[in-house]
Design a protein around this ligand. Structure first.
Ligand code: SF4
Length: 296
């Protein structure tokens, strides 16, 4: 724990990719090609147990978010329930999120996930037309499965609780979010990887906090500075050969953070091509600045 707070004690999200290859379901996703919207590529059947990462999270009594998607769909991973159960039992303060496009979500799977201990089910329903109907499975999960486990006043539709994780866990709140999305939507340049949006770094942008709060792990153990580095092309380390703490406190990671604190996005190709404006809230900005001053 002491090692963790030594520098940037702000890790809030640990997100793991369980497959290298999957077709996602929208035009902004680099894995999507027009007209092809099916899971296509190989799912990795056997993943490492991430023993060192689990131990580190346990040691720091981790109370942030754990998710299993980065840029893929977690439901294609056969051992997902096992991983959720482990996290739920061993990291009781963590907030466990399943974010999915719902295409591999069955009623049975949703119930298994709830029983395994997820705190959050977020579904992005991708539609070709706004009037396309919501899939019946999702409606059943919404109307029958979630209410079986949670009272109406326990079901929230907000973003994950962030600083209020403990309060949310104590009150047994469950976040259930449905986002109706358009497969053609253009959202952001995703660090230069979105096929349907390019960004020329002519406009100034704000401060990006992602490398201060996220720890994204690829299927082969690489760690990226943020979820916008779709291909993990600018890896901060690899959990197969380094500890979580070592990577989190590495010179490489800190160098990226310092650059962003100074408003410099030229250090990394992703950052330079990224249109994510960053945070606008002065209070948060001061929190990051103070953290940086106290620890370096
Ligand atoms: S500015 Fe850089 S660190 Fe921030 S989201 Fe974009 S690519 Fe990631």
């Amino acid at each position: 724990m002491k090692e963790y707070v030594k520098r940037y004690p702000l890790l809030k999200s640990l997100i793991k990719n369980f497959s290298f290859f999957i077709k996602y379901y929208a035009d902004h996703c680099p894995f999507t090609k027009p007209g092809q919207f099916e899971f296509h590529r190989e799912t990795i059947q056997k993943r490492r147990e991430l023993g060192s990462v689990k131990a580190a999270l346990k040691d720091m009594d981790y109370s942030g978010k754990i998710a299993y998607h980065v840029n893929n769909d977690p439901l294609i991973f056969p051992n997902l329930i096992k991983f959720v159960s482990y996290a739920s039992k061993n990291l009781p303060k963590a907030w466990i999120q399943i974010m999915t496009n719902g295409r591999a979500l069955s009623v049975k799977k949703s119930e298994e996930l709830i029983q395994a201990g997820i705190n959050d089910l977020t579904i992005n329903i991708y539609k070709f037309h706004p009037h396309d109907k919501q899939p019946k499975t999702i409606t059943k999960i919404q109307n029958e499965i979630i209410p079986k486990y949670y009272q109406p006043n326990q079901i929230k539709e907000e973003e994950w609780p962030n600083i209020n994780v403990i309060k949310y866990k104590k009150n047994n709140f469950f976040i259930f979010k449905l986002y109706h999305r358009n497969v053609n939507e253009i959202i952001s340049s995703r660090g230069g990887t979105a096929p349907n949006k390019k960004f020329k770094p002519t406009k100034s942008r704000g401060f990006c906090e992602h490398p201060f709060v996220q720890f994204n792990i690829s299927a082969d153990g690489k760690v990226s500075k943020c979820c916008a580095d779709f291909y993990f092309s600018d890896a901060m380390g690899n959990v197969n050969s380094q500890s979580l703490i070592e990577i989190w406190n590495s010179n490489r990671f800190n160098h990226v953070r310092q650059s962003l604190l100074q408003g410099n996005r030229k250090l990394s190709r992703n950052c330079n091509k990224c249109d994510d404006y960053g945070i606008r809230n002065l209070k948060f900005l001061l929190e990051f600045k103070n953290s940086s001053n106290n620890t370096t």
